[in-house]
Write a protein that binds this ligand. Structure first.
Ligand SMILES: *Cc1c(COP(=O)(O)O)cnc(C)c1O
Length: 465
């Protein structure tokens, strides 16, 4: 029964005679369009075998064009984050400040003094650029920037505990988003992990008893993305540092987020800060560049000059180093802190600082525009989160746009297919858009995307207005 229908399908060569496809082949190259024709014909064949009729030629051509256009579109593309999760690891973590973007662009565009000392007219060090700002901000003696915090932890362990013992509390053997697991990183670095204490309670004496001649460092790992409550105890960093120094060991603190501003000023719990870890006596402290710091992906190590200098010379550092563009971005982001303008200029912090009144005004404006387009929209109370493995369980009160539609999952799926893609939350059967994580420049594209999806054929809007 389906045979005659199959025979109605054109050949690839016949399709290529179509003038729009010939134009496409001219623009994108023959191979791309031939692949798209094959894909479209395969798709048509499959639907015929499933009982459908052969598609009209115009539909087939449209399908080919869509496939060819998709093939030349970058797969990594901007997404509008309406989830209210500020540091969303799957959506690329921190959006960057204007100054950071400008610095990255100019550095990428031409030459720079990356490893050139302009005063002396001779070779300089790439490590010098961000170091003076980081040390000024944190009070550290020295600093080093590497690819990410996972690389920072790995590097510290390899350089100081390869073939030796590193002691960590059982309550801190964490897994961070994306499969970064402390025991596995230890293994990769060649260090032997010595676990002490229990999941909920570890005392400084547990560490002291585990120290042997093979021990070179004591490490604290910030639990970042989870909270242990109830009958719990961890040794303080001061205790760890004192023990380490009395036995000639290094005290290392993996902070994760590394907030340079006190989160408790924004009604959140206090996220530990690098300057506090250093003041407590840690020799090396590491944190991410793209979590609460609000910059590009990087790992920042601060601490004692002797330890950081040893890291700079360690061969693995070369494999983990950042490029000039990242370095320019880290430096520009850090300068916002130095100039005391971080909360205003760094998107992560202005999102944290946004008040419910400001958010309400934005959500209200969205609702008015969508109601004018006959959509069932309302402003609701909701909660944003910081994300990025910081401040688990903590929320920021927000005002969000809630859209009532017949099938929220289907609506959300179509929003993800929009260009630019829009990612949302579904709450109590409604599609929820949190203005906190939507940049002002994205608002028009967001609303246009919602209207476009709502108007799609075959989409049942349970509109009540
Ligand atoms: C996030 C995190 C890491 C990994 O940092 P990346 O920058 O993602 O590599 C390591 N340790 C802790 C405690 C973290 O929170």
């Amino acid at each position: 029964m389906s045979q005659p229908q199959l025979r109605n399908l054109p050949s690839v060569d016949a399709l290529l005679q179509d003038h729009t496809l010939r134009d496409l082949a001219h623009r994108y190259g023959h191979a791309i369009v031939v692949d798209a024709c094959r894909g479209a014909l395969d798709g048509a064949r499959a639907s015929i075998l499933a009982g459908a009729d052969a598609p009209m030629p115009a539909l087939l051509i449209d399908d080919v064009r869509e496939r060819a256009e998709r093939a030349v579109r970058p797969s990594l593309a901007p997404v509008i984050n309406a989830t209210g999760v500020i540091i969303h690891t799957n959506l690329g973590r921190a959006p960057l400040s204007e100054d950071t973007l400008a610095a990255m662009r100019t550095t990428a565009q031409g030459y720079s003094n990356l490893e050139y000392d302009l005063d002396a007219g001779e070779r300089g060090s790439r490590h010098a650029h961000a170091e003076s700002i980081i040390t000024r901000l944190t009070g550290a003696e020295a600093a080093l920037v590497v690819n990410n915090n996972a690389a920072a932890v790995m590097l510290i362990l390899a350089a100081f505990a390869r073939g030796k013992h590193a002691i960590v509390s059982r309550g801190q053997l964490v897994e961070i988003c994306g499969g970064f697991r402390i025991p596995e990183v230890m293994q990769q670095s060649g260090a032997t992990l010595i676990e002490v204490g229990t999941t909920n309670r570890t005392y400084i004496d547990d560490y002291a008893r585990a120290v042997t001649d093979a021990t070179t460092l004591l490490m604290r790992v910030h639990s970042s993305n989870f909270k242990v409550i109830g009958f719990t105890h961890e040794a303080t960093l001061e205790e760890l540092a004192a023990l380490a120094h009395s036995r000639d060991l290094l005290c290392v603190d993996d902070l994760g987020s590394g907030a340079l501003i006190d989160t408790s000023a924004y009604g959140l719990a206090h996220e530990p800060m690098p300057q506090e870890s250093l003041a407590a006596g840690a020799d090396l402290v590491s944190f991410s560049g793209d979590k609460l710091l609000g910059g590009p992906q990087a790992g920042i190590i601060v601490g004692k000059k002797s330890a950081v200098d040893a890291l700079k010379k360690y061969p693995l550092t070369r494999a983990l180093r950042v490029d000039k563009v990242t370095l320019a971005g880290v430096q520009a982001t850090l300068l916002h802190y130095l100039k005391n303008e971080a909360a205003k200029k760094i998107p992560v912090w202005s999102m944290i600082a946004a008040t419910p009144e400001e958010l309400n005004a934005r959500a209200q404006k969205w609702v008015e525009r969508l109601r004018a387009a006959k959509l069932d929209a309302a402003v609701i109370d909701a909660a944003s989160t910081v994300g990025g493995g910081s401040l688990p369980g903590e929320t920021l009160p927000t005002r969000a746009l809630a859209l009532t539609v017949a099938s929220p999952d289907e609506f959300a799926a179509r929003l993800r297919q929009n260009v630019p893609a829009i990612v949302v939350r579904i709450e109590e059967g409604r599609v929820v858009f949190d203005p906190r994580t939507v940049l002002a420049v994205e608002e028009d594209a967001l609303l246009a995307g919602i209207e476009r999806v709502a108007k799609m054929r075959g989409f049942d809007m349970r509109s009540s207005i």
